[in-house]
Write a protein that binds this ligand. Structure first.
Ligand code: HEC
Ligand code: HEC
Length: 445
């Protein structure tokens, strides 16, 4: 793939890139653009801040879409026999007690990083929670009833496109009610240093410089290996263009736009609308396929039922069924997140989808006696509310191709697995060509 991009650049296409920092991925190349200009690799983001050799870029790598991939982790494991700072037992291993003395032990201990690039986030059940842990099946023998924390295996979210966030972390645990996202990012930088990096708290200057750095970073796919440049006349792909995308809290919200009052508009992605005319005139052209994929994402209706955070949302009238599209939930224009903090349960941590490498927790509602089994309670561990069980933020969808696998627990190895999950969950009813169109589109974000 690297060769493909090099050839594409050699063919005189370099000018189409917003910056020289494009990295190849499975469908082309993603590009990073910083509004601060050249990358300042002397920023504290890249400096070892903790006692375990880690910096922010140990886990948020520009070449992995500002996240990490299993392939990249395998290469780092092989190059260092599993001693690269990313391989640490506080959150890199299957259990903090995992043995790591020998190479064979390290392969075992870091199996979740090597297979799915997920870290072990340890979180307690809040004291005043509406539920209690009544049984645990932890394949790694660490979590127990009466213990201090649950093990939650989660993907690093990208440290890019942060201006558009309405919630920080999969469960929004760094958010500060009533405060702008900048405050949450400042907190987050601190907890990442004391937690992931096992360091001392950052100075106010360090926090500000890290947050200024990461907030200036934009990531998007810039080249598609089949369609060519995703930036150019009439197109809205690429990182530079993304840096200019309009955003405010509540833009295109399901309850209506917070500023203009306009009703929710399902036409969320308009990146490749310029290619729509090819759908009629050249249906076999890959650019027509991408335009059809975008149209499908915005407009193909299916029935959405049983989604906590949507079908029971009082502000939406608690609709038992929503006839919606992908963009109903992925509603922020040209980003695909939610512009207001809204957490949803699409079933990704349900007992039925739990794989044997994940713990399974049995929780009982203290008031109703109801019992639920889950591999990750999500938002409920922050609010203590039963109704928030298994809810996660709706993540932004730019730069997807650079950072497989997908969903909070990395359960979808590829974008194809993502689409198949939705097909099973909501019955999209897409035929083969439509599935490929949607995949082409998701690969260009
Ligand atoms: C050991 C790996 C690791 C290190 C080191 C690390 N992070 Fe993270 N980061 C993660 C993981 C995993 C998540 C998602 C956790 C979750 O949501 O529960 C995350 C989430 C984030 C997010 C949230 C993005 C979003 O969309 O909500 C930001 C911002 C972030 N990290 C910044 C930083 C900064 C700044 C540093 C350095 C001070 C840092 N990280 C160090 C693994 C790491
Ligand atoms: C009912 C709301 C809802 C609908 C409808 C929906 N999504 Fe999602 N989407 C979510 C939530 C919530 C997550 C995060 C779930 C998790 O990680 O556990 C997510 C995650 C994703 C991810 C993974 C992103 C990442 O960084 O890992 C992709 C890709 C995605 N959705 C694409 C789609 C597509 C394509 C459609 C239409 C076929 C769609 N979604 C429909 C709510 C929705």
């Amino acid at each position: 793939m690297q060769i493909l991009v090099a050839a594409w650049l050699a063919a005189g296409n370099a000018a189409a890139l917003d910056s020289p920092s494009a990295f190849a991925n499975s469908t082309g190349a993603a590009d990073t653009f910083s509004t601060l200009g050249a990358f300042d690799t002397s920023n504290d983001f890249f400096r070892v801040l903790g006692s375990n050799g880690r910096s922010c870029d140990t886990c948020h790598r520009p070449e992995n879409g500002w996240s990490l991939t299993p392939d990249a982790l395998k290469a780092r494991f092989d190059a260092t026999a599993g001693t690269d700072p990313v391989f640490r037992t506080n959150d890199g291993s299957i259990s903090p007690l995992a043995a790591v003395a020998t190479l064979a032990q390290r392969l075992q201990a870091y199996s979740m990083l090597l297979s799915k690039a997920v870290f072990r986030i340890g979180l307690p059940i809040p004291e005043d929670a509406e539920f209690a842990l009544v049984a645990v099946s932890d394949p790694y023998g660490f979590v127990r009833v009466g213990g201090t924390e649950l093990s939650l295996f989660r993907r690093p979210l990208p440290t890019a496109n942060l201006r558009f966030l309405s919630a920080v972390m999969w469960d929004g645990r760094e958010d500060v009610a009533g405060k702008p996202i900048h405050r949450a990012l400042i907190n987050q930088a601190d907890t990442a240093t004391t937690g992931h990096a096992q360091g001392i708290p950052l100075s106010a200057d360090q926090k500000t410089s890290i947050v200024d750095f990461e907030s200036a970073v934009y990531l998007a796919q810039a080249i598609d290996s089949q369609a060519g440049a995703l930036v150019g006349v009439g197109l809205r792909g690429g990182a530079l263009r993304l840096s200019k995308q309009r955003f405010y809290s509540g833009i295109n919200d399901l309850t209506g736009d917070a500023k203009t009052g306009a009703p929710f508009d399902p036409e969320v992605f308009t990146l490749f609308s310029a290619w729509s005319k090819l759908i009629e005139s050249a249906p076999g052209d890959v650019r027509a396929a991408i335009a059809r994929g975008q149209r499908l994402f915005n407009t193909r209706p299916f029935e959405i039922e049983g989604v906590g955070g949507l079908n029971d949302a009082p502000e939406l009238g608690s609709p038992a069924t929503v006839t919606g599209t992908c963009s109903t939930c992925h509603s922020t224009p040209n980003l695909g997140s939610q512009s207001r903090p809204r957490f949803m349960d699409t079933g990704t941590s349900d007992e039925v989808r739990r794989t044997r490498d994940l713990p399974l927790y049995t929780l009982r509602n203290r008031f109703t006696g109801e019992v639920a089994k889950t591999s990750d309670p999500g938002r409920a561990l922050i609010t203590g509310l039963w109704q928030d069980l298994n809810r996660f933020k709706v993540p932004a969808l730019r730069g997807l191709a650079a950072r497989p696998p997908y969903f909070h627990n990395g359960m979808a190895k590829s974008l194809g697995n993502v689409v198949d999950f939705y097909n099973g969950r909501f019955g999209l009813g897409v035929n083969n060509r439509e599935r490929l169109d949607l995949l082409m589109f998701l690969g260009t974000l």
